[in-house]
Design a protein. Structure first.
Length: 338
């Protein structure tokens, strides 16, 4: 098949997306597909530009806001009408954050009537909005830590959630704009910083425990993984800088817990209307309760990202994983056309 891999964009997860997209493009070629790589902020990439992305990796800090605003997003609007992409069978979405993951580009591709991978506009928007997702999980009986949103005072946060407390953007990803406040002084500083998030701010009860993650591919829950970060929380730096986190697949946990997490991940995947693939993150406390933190409709897709590592633990190579995801989209298109 001819596949266009969409990556980049202008969100603060741009570098992560470019890394995912370049590696997905290579994996799909290894699986026998004809591939064109497209940065939605710049246009189609040459093979030499792809090679540069493969070599560069992800920096310790996200791109500066001024650098992102200078990018031209006009290609995104015209993407589906680009004549060079007219023969594409499937668009593989390796976008993270912003309009690439909040349902915007999915809606555009739906209107264009083309096949694309991953969740549709509803699944993406539900998973991307952490506050909405937590309400749906709570209503479905899936434990998720208590939270507040809006602009509460430090006293209100402490009274409702205690200390320490997590402060994060409701629409963020890649652990960006994620803070842990241990005491009132740190909470006051976090409140001040959060006013610059340009997003709904979510305050979440801190759960101390083991961080576990479950990837979902198709209707299959992959082996559970455990994340052991060098920092107190699994922040952006720990996610993308070598040596700052241990990621163990399969996790060394009792089989009963692993099965419970896999069942819960599949339930989350369905409640949030996700499809093709996703990743669901948990914290398991000292009493054995599994708290769902969030779900990712377009998780990282470098060969060393969490879902590909989980797939590898299940005996699925990275090219095979990418190929499966493409075939889900192609099969859906055939079903819709019949």
């Amino acid at each position: 098949m001819r596949v266009a891999v969409l990556m980049g964009g202008t969100s603060d997860e741009r570098e992560v997306s470019l890394s995912s997209g370049a590696q997905v493009a290579r994996a799909l070629r290894d699986a026998g597909h004809e591939v064109v790589a497209v940065d939605t902020a710049r246009g189609a990439l040459s093979r030499s530009e792809e090679s540069s992305l493969l070599a560069s990796g992800v920096r310790a800090t996200p791109p500066a806001h001024d650098d992102l605003t200078r990018l031209d997003e006009g290609h995104t609007v015209a993407l589906a009408r680009d004549p060079t992409l007219g023969e594409v069978d499937v668009f593989f979405l390796a976008l993270h954050g912003g309009s690439g993951e909040d349902g915007t580009i999915q809606a555009l591709l739906d209107v264009a009537g083309v096949a694309y991978t991953g969740s549709d506009r509803l699944g993406c928007s539900l998973a991307m909005d952490k506050e909405v997702a937590k309400r749906l999980l709570r209503d479905a009986g899936i434990p998720t830590p208590d939270w507040l949103t809006g602009d509460p005072s430090a006293d209100e946060v402490i009274e409702a959630l205690g200390l320490p407390v997590i402060v994060k953007a409701a629409g963020g990803g890649s652990s960006l704009r994620l803070l842990l406040a241990h005491d009132r002084v740190e909470l006051e500083a976090a409140l001040e910083e959060a006013r610059g998030f340009d997003d709904l701010v979510l305050f979440e009860r801190y759960v101390r425990g083991r961080e576990l993650t479950v990837g979902v591919v198709g209707d299959q829950a992959l082996p559970v993984g455990e994340i052991i970060p060098a920092h107190e929380i699994f922040d952006y730096e720990c996610k993308y800088q070598p040596g700052l986190a241990r990621e163990i697949f399969p996790a060394d946990i009792p089989p009963e817990l692993a099965s419970h997490l896999q069942r819960t991940a599949l339930a989350v995947h369905r409640v949030l209307r996700m499809r093709d693939f996703s990743r669901v993150d948990f914290l398991v406390d000292g009493e054995g309760t599994a708290w769902c933190l969030e779900a990712n409709a377009l998780p990282g897709m470098t060969a060393n990202s969490l879902v590909p590592k989980a797939a590898r633990a299940a005996g699925i190579s990275f090219p095979e994983l990418c190929d499966r995801i493409v075939r889900y989209a192609a099969a859906r298109r055939r079903t819709d056309a019949s």
